[in-house]
Write a protein that binds this ligand. Structure first.
Ligand code: ADP
Ligand code: MG
Length: 681
């Protein structure tokens, strides 16, 4: 089976270089990857309806003959429409496909097919747009439906999966040892791979799913344990004395009690335990996590060690650097910035000085964990906005010293069962109090008809000295609809609505130095309005901004919206968040209403989890874990089961490096590689 992961997908018939590219977009490169590409759902084609009796609007299945061959024509924008008429003994209906040049070769005139899709009415009578289909001679009644990408229909995927399965030998070695499968009532891998694709009945599907989910989570579980083991060791860094009181005198404000508690938890770890600190500081957006981290850095540096502070984006690293520089202005602490965007010569200088120990505190991005960066005596590694980092990156930063202390900070509340997997035995401090005199952000949901009012409001706030953000969702190429891309949107605004107001724009495609320049100008007040994609989501701190408008708010997850909203309401001004959405979907609107009702990140995360569609809550890899192919992180029961299985495996086999677990180990490596994180060595 392992060899199938090395076989490129273009070895399969019907898959040339072009299609292989499309498959790659779905994360499928090898034949083996196809075996782990599971259906999103299944269509039941058991009830076949007559064309004459069809009701408009519903999904249905018909059995019909293709009368005419498919005809392709071009419409505006170079798009292709493929049309054909199909009939049964009661009537006929038109079928239409858009932008799929393969359709004409896939459907043959005179052949009888099942077509499954939604029936709509048109000037030419009944029609089905982009139905799924299969020749009646195939006899398949329950059809897997896959996650698709433009140009690649479910049927093509299904064909490829079928071929991949046929290449799989009758018996394969199972990564889960038989003993484990027996005890936890899990079916064999070969059976599961087959049954998850071709459902014989509900029971066989459930069994297959249970087995595959369990395996995936066990693999994750063991992989994480392994990582943790690497970091839970005797510390080589001895911190004798706390300097947190001294630090407080540097701050321009008084720390909240919650901040003080978090600092003293950390200092206690540092000064009284023989093992390294492993602590997560969790606090809602704006709760003041930076000051806590700064305090811990201060104590470590004052004890003669170096500290490294890693942020997920250049923008954020830069901002923290400015903050820290100001904070430590009148101390003897030597601070440096290290990001990928610096000039080569500058990076070289910083790295040189880090290795010589001339720099006490370095703030940076991933540039900190490349092989080139060496420390003289790293005593503390801090990662900000932990959910944006892969767990492996955290581990890599730790490898830069002799078991340095670890502090991770996160604003994303994580359900307990999942938290156990991600953080394991990490100790947790919660900052459950916002700095005083914060006014909760007022949030409203508005239809885009009221755009004029929204703009007028922005203008009035800017007039009274404030600043504003407008956030547009990321738009993938080829996505049409009415979704504003940040670039176009900003251009439009600058030309028309805000022609007399300085507008800055940041989006993901810009180079980091360009982004930094714009952010710098926004922070210094040179720009009054910033149009941005979600690159500003994490951490950015411009306390003078008081309005955040989020376009197409329905496209974001609730927790993500909450993070975005956290960019305002950071100073003494009353702040506002306007969610713009024209969605008519009641559950979407209810979701957005939640944000209008509460500012509590934990409540929002909870609601998000309750109301979310599958995979929604942890969309955008908010957790730093590898991408799962079947397991769902909100499925508490499976998470708990996997924990039990993993415990059992460790109990029976002692060490995951033993021979019986060879295949399971290979799976761990594959999972972490898929998330761009390879860390089992
Ligand atoms: P986050 O927890 O989201 O990282 P920050 O650390 O960026 O929050 O803090 C948000 C803002 O609140 C910053 O402008 C910071 O200077 C300010 N701040 C932090 N702690 C306090 C405090 N105790 N009193 C007043 N302002 C504070
Ligand atoms: Mg922060």
């Amino acid at each position: 089976m392992a060899s199938l992961y090395k076989m490129p997908i273009s070895n399969l018939s019907g898959i040339g270089a072009k299609r292989a590219e499309l498959f790659k977009k779905l994360g499928i490169k090898s034949v083996g990857d196809l075996l782990n590409f599971y259906p999103r759902t299944y269509e039941d084609w058991c009830t076949v309806e007559k064309i004459e009796k069809l009701q408009y609007g519903g999904m249905c299945c018909i059995k019909a003959v293709l009368g005419t061959p498919v005809s392709d024509s071009r419409i505006s924008g170079g798009r292709i429409v493929s049309k054909a008429v199909v009939y049964d003994d009661t009537g006929s209906l038109q079928i239409l496909f858009f932008n799929n040049k393969y359709i004409s070769s896939m459907l043959k005139g005179g052949t009888e097919y099942y077509f499954y899709g939604r029936v709509t009415s048109s000037a030419y009578g009944a029609q089905m747009i982009s139905p799924t289909f299969s020749p009646v001679s195939d006899g398949v009644k329950i059809h897997p439906v896959y996650r698709q990408t433009a140009g690649l229909v479910s049927r093509t995927i299904s064909n490829a999966v079928k071929q991949a399965l046929s290449l799989l030998p009758k018996t394969i070695n199972d990564p889960l040892p038989e003993q484990v499968r027996n005890i936890f009532d899990l079916c064999g891998l070969r059976e599961a791979l087959n049954d998850i694709q071709y459902q014989k009945n509900k029971e066989s599907l459930e069994k297959a799913r249970k087995r595959l989910v369990a395996e995936e989570l066990v693999v994750l579980n063991l992989g994480m344990r392994n990582l943790r083991e690497m970091s839970r060791t005797q510390s080589g860094v001895i911190i004798k004395k706390s300097f947190s009181k001294e630090f407080e005198s540097l701050l321009p404000f008084k720390m909240t009690n919650a901040q003080k508690r978090a600092v003293s938890d950390c200092v206690n770890d540092l000064t009284t335990k023989s093992t390294s600190m492993n602590r997560l500081v969790q606090g809602d957006v704006g709760s003041g996590k930076t000051a806590v981290a700064a305090s811990v850095c201060y104590t470590v540096v004052k004890n003669g060690f170096q500290a490294a502070f890693m942020a997920p984006t250049e923008i954020l690293a830069n901002q923290h650097y400015q903050t820290f520089k100001k904070l430590f202005e009148n101390t003897d602490i030597n601070i440096a910035l290290l990001t990928g965007a610096l000039k080569e010569s500058e990076k070289k200088r910083v790295r040189q000085e880090l290795s010589e120990g001339k720099i006490d505190l370095v703030i940076g991005t991933h540039a900190l964990i490349t092989d080139k960066t060496e420390f003289k005596n790293l005593g503390l590694a801090v990662t900000d906005e932990q959910h944006r980092f892969g767990v492996a990156q955290r581990a890599k930063l730790l490898c830069k010293g002799e078991n340095p202390h670890l502090l991770v900070m996160s604003a994303t509340p994580i359900p307990r069962t999942l938290g156990l997997i991600i953080f394991g035995d990490l100790d947790i401090s919660v900052i459950d109090e916002l700095p005083p005199s914060r006014k909760p952000v007022k949030t409203v949901l508005m239809n885009s008809i009221h755009r004029k009012r929204i703009y007028d409001f922005i203008k009035s706030e800017i007039k009274s000295g404030r600043q504003a953000y407008i956030v547009c969702p990321l738009v993938e190429e080829g996505e049409l609809e009415n979704i504003a891309s940040a670039e176009e949107y900003a251009a439009e605004l600058m030309l028309r609505e805000f022609s007399d107001i300085p507008v800055g724009i940041v989006h993901g495609k810009m180079k980091s130095n360009e982004k930094d320049e714009v952010m710098g100008k926004f922070a210094s007040g040179e720009y009054s309005l910033l149009v941005a994609t979600t690159v500003i989501e994490v951490g950015v701190d411009v306390p003078n901004s008081s309005v955040m408008v989020i376009e197409n708010a329905e496209r974001f997850g609730l927790s993500q919206l909450h993070q975005l909203r956290g960019r305002v309401g950071r100073g003494k001004f009353q702040s506002y968040c306007v969610l713009v959405s024209d969605s008519k979907n009641p559950s979407t609107l209810a979701r957005l209403e939640t944000l209008c009702k509460t500012n509590d990140g934990f409540v929002i995360a909870d609601e998000d989890l309750k109301m979310r569609g599958p995979g929604d809550f942890f969309g955008e890899r908010q957790h730093g874990l590898p991408q799962m192919s079947i397991a769902d992180f909100a499925d508490t029961k499976s998470l708990e089961l996997s924990q039990k299985i993993a415990d059992y495996i460790i109990f029976v086999y002692k060490d995951i490096r033993c021979d019986e677990l060879r295949l399971l180990r290979a799976e761990i490596e594959r999972l972490f590689e898929r998330g761009g994180q390879n860390n089992l060595n």
